[in-house]
Design a protein around this ligand. Structure first.
Ligand code: KIV
Length: 281
């Protein structure tokens, strides 16, 4: 690994080149151990601003700061070798101007070693995406349900139903034309996601979108059954680790209260010290 990047990792152009080929496998990660688990199986690992809700207990992603994204980005970076790491730009860190977006994206890349950032928004962000990509910042775009706009949408609703489909289509075309290397389509009707995938030249990464997308992404804690606060329809639970963890913690608490833990095999005898001064097993 190089000082600021992942020497053997997939690159944004390599991800773009997968358009229409084998589906791209993408998951979120926020910590080193989870990054190590997902890396061998994923093409893209997103340090999503969902970290605010999933790990920090925030009610939405709006309270996530640049410092939080950088800290989690650094942790994830230590666990990756192969997958492309993308770090989310948090609410308020890029919308003001292209210059603000560049300043903060450059900081994220320099301090985390990520090769790309993700930002939410379509036509309104096209100029910023053009500015960033023209200055060495690869951008993954995100249209459809963009959670940072939850207040403007009035909730986490499906976007692009009926006549609204044309708006989402225009958003996707605008970010592709502006130079994004891939675009996340979140919570849009399946036929619309399919149509956008056919029309745009860059890979579409679906979440609550369509199997026709060029790739899929889920929040890793959702698909592992670790985050139970809300269960969107688009999440398939591949495990119930939350239940397993809860049962293990209950068993530990019971054994401590009953004096059954620690047992003989978990405590130390009074063997003499070794020559080097360390404690013998
Ligand atoms: O923050 C996040 O985890 C995301 C994905 C759900 C796409 O933006």
């Amino acid at each position: 690994m190089s000082a600021t990047g992942q020497a053997r990792a997939l690159t944004p152009p390599a991800i773009s080149a997968r358009k229409g080929k084998t589906p791209l496998v993408c998951l979120t990660a926020y910590t080193t151990p989870v990054a190590r688990l997902v890396d061998p199986h994923c093409d893209v690992v997103l340090v999503g601003d969902s970290v605010g809700m999933v790990l920090h207990g925030l009610p939405s992603t709006l309270g996530v700061t640049l410092e939080m994204m950088i800290m989690h980005g650094q942790a994830v970076r230590r666990g990756l070798e192969r997958a492309l790491m993308v770090v989310d730009m948090p609410f308020g860190s890029y919308e003001e101007s292209s210059e603000q977006a560049f300043r903060n994206a450059a900081r994220v890349m320099a301090e985390t070693g990520s090769a790309a950032v993700k930002l939410e928004g379509g036509e309104a962000m096209a100029e910023t995406i053009r500015f960033l990509t023209g200055r060495g910042v690869p951008v993954m775009a995100h249209v459809g349900l963009t959670p940072q706009a939850v207040n403007a949408f009035g909730g986490y609703r499906v976007q692009g139903r009926g006549e609204d489909a044309e708006r989402i289509r225009r958003e996707a075309l605008a970010v592709a034309e502006a130079g994004a290397f891939a675009v996340v389509l979140e919570k849009v009707p399946e036929p619309l996601a399919r149509r956008i995938t056919e029309e745009v030249a860059i890979p579409t990464i679906g979440i609550g979108a369509s199997p026709a997308c060029d790739g899929q992404i889920l929040v890793v804690d959702d698909m592992l059954g670790l985050f139970g606060d809300f269960r969107p329809k688009f999440v398939k639970r591949y495990a119930e680790l939350g239940n397993a963890a809860s049962a293990a913690i209950a068993a530990y608490a019971r054994e401590v209260r009953e004096g059954r833990f620690p047992a003989a095999e978990h405590v130390f005898g009074d063997k003499p010290k070794t020559v080097s001064g360390g404690e013998a097993a």
